[in-house]
Design a protein around this ligand. Structure first.
Ligand SMILES: NC(=O)c1ccc[n+]([C@@H]2O[C@H](COP(=O)([O-])OP(=O)(O)OC[C@H]3O[C@@H](n4cnc5c(N)ncnc54)[C@H](OP(=O)(O)O)[C@@H]3O)[C@@H](O)[C@H]2O)c1
Length: 321
């Protein structure tokens, strides 16, 4: 594995360069502030009337309209939501300097053709493997978040150096930067979102909660068992790995997991996972994301509303209040 840390990365390719961060959301805020604290010249590019302008300026950042930020920058980092990238790129292409570097924190819009960058541009990926809030808090603690890096196009001969110097400046080099590609990062990330941590795990928790409640267990006890312990296993796996986690729990829990785990996660699961991976690779999810945006996010809004009314959510609130 090719894992690079600060000591292996030359910060010089960013020296004297100006970076435009497009978007001041989860990643944009964290990356802009980390860059600034690393001594990089940063401007945050925002659309007209953006509610984020006051917040970014209060944090000591320079802001500008997206097109002005882009035309002033050597490196442009696309940190608006993925489904907006195509429209934003269409607007900024004339403002991008000849030979500028265009960066992403997710491989989706390049892998699935939302954007086809102009031929003179360097195109790189620095994808921190976690939310911007943690990227920022880790940086402030003197730590960093592991990330993936890739170069899709090296038009100037400087793309690798700029990508790695950028990853170092946002703090990823403190934990490690792993070489990847836009395709690998996008496919693995979209697969995980659907099949494992963000798609599979919550459905497993809900199914367990509903099974216990249907079996006469009180919702509060069902919630504490099926959902409340999630952070414990996450912390143990983070600290000791999966085998170490199993050795750390009681014999009762370990034997229960051994007997029950494979009955729940049976061979059919990998068949369905393989289907999801094939669909991701065929661009089916990318199409869904674009049509979701085109519909004004109606499916997501409905799902959010429905989720707030479920028994598991009401139990969560009753335990929190
Ligand atoms: N969220 C994460 O933790 C995470 C982790 C790894 C990688 N990523 C990647 O990082 C990128 C950014 O994701 P994010 O979650 O940070 O995004 P986000 O929080 O949803 O981004 C919000 C920002 O984007 C701006 N924006 C939204 N639509 C826009 C448009 N049509 N034109 C111009 N600006 C627009 C918003 O502008 P206003 O201020 O005007 O509302 C706001 O400043 C994505 O490629 C994502 O896949 C995210």
């Amino acid at each position: 594995m090719d894992l690079l840390r600060d000591v292996n990365i030359d910060p010089a390719p960013l020296a004297g360069k100006r970076v435009a961060i497009l978007g001041y959301g989860n990643q944009g805020r964290a990356q802009a502030l980390n860059l600034k604290d690393s001594g990089v010249d940063v401007v945050v590019g925002l659309r007209g009337g953006s509610g984020s302008r006051i917040e970014a300026e209060a944090a000591g950042l320079e802001t500008a309209l997206i097109e002005d930020a882009v035309s002033s920058a050597d490196v442009v980092m696309m940190l608006a939501p993925d489904e907006a990238h195509s429209a934003i790129y269409g607007e900024i292409e004339p403002n991008l300097r000849e030979g500028a570097a265009l960066g992403f924190s997710h491989g989706l819009s390049i892998r699935f053709g939302f954007i086809e960058p102009r031929a003179d541009l360097d195109v790189f990926l620095i994808a921190p493997k976690g939310p911007g809030t943690a990227l920022r808090s880790l940086y402030r603690e003197g730590k960093g978040m592991i990330g993936l890096w890739a170069v899709e196009r090296d038009a100037t001969g400087n793309a690798r150096g700029i990508a790695l110097a950028y990853g170092r400046a946002i703090g990823c080099g403190r934990a490690g930067l792993i070489a990847s590609s836009f395709a690998e990062e996008a496919e693995a990330d979209l697969f995980n979102e659907q099949a494992v941590v963000w798609g599979g795990v919550p459905e497993l928790l809900i199914a367990g909660f509903e099974t216990l409640v249907a079996g006469g267990i009180s919702p509060e006890v069902a919630y504490l068992e099926c959902v409340g312990e999630l952070h414990l296993i996450a912390e143990l796996i983070e600290a000791r790995g999966i085998a170490g986690m199993r050795e750390a729990i009681s014999n009762t829990a370990e034997l229960g997991a051994l007997l029950g785990g494979k009955r729940i996660v049976d061979a059919g699961l990998k068949v369905r996972m393989t289907e999801i991976l094939a669909e991701v690779r065929a661009g089916r999810f990318a199409d869904e994301l674009r049509s979701e945006e085109a519909s004004g996010y109606s499916r997501l809004e409905k799902a959010r509303e429905d989720a707030r009314k479920t028994p598991i959510e009401q139990t969560y609130r009753s335990l929190k209040d």
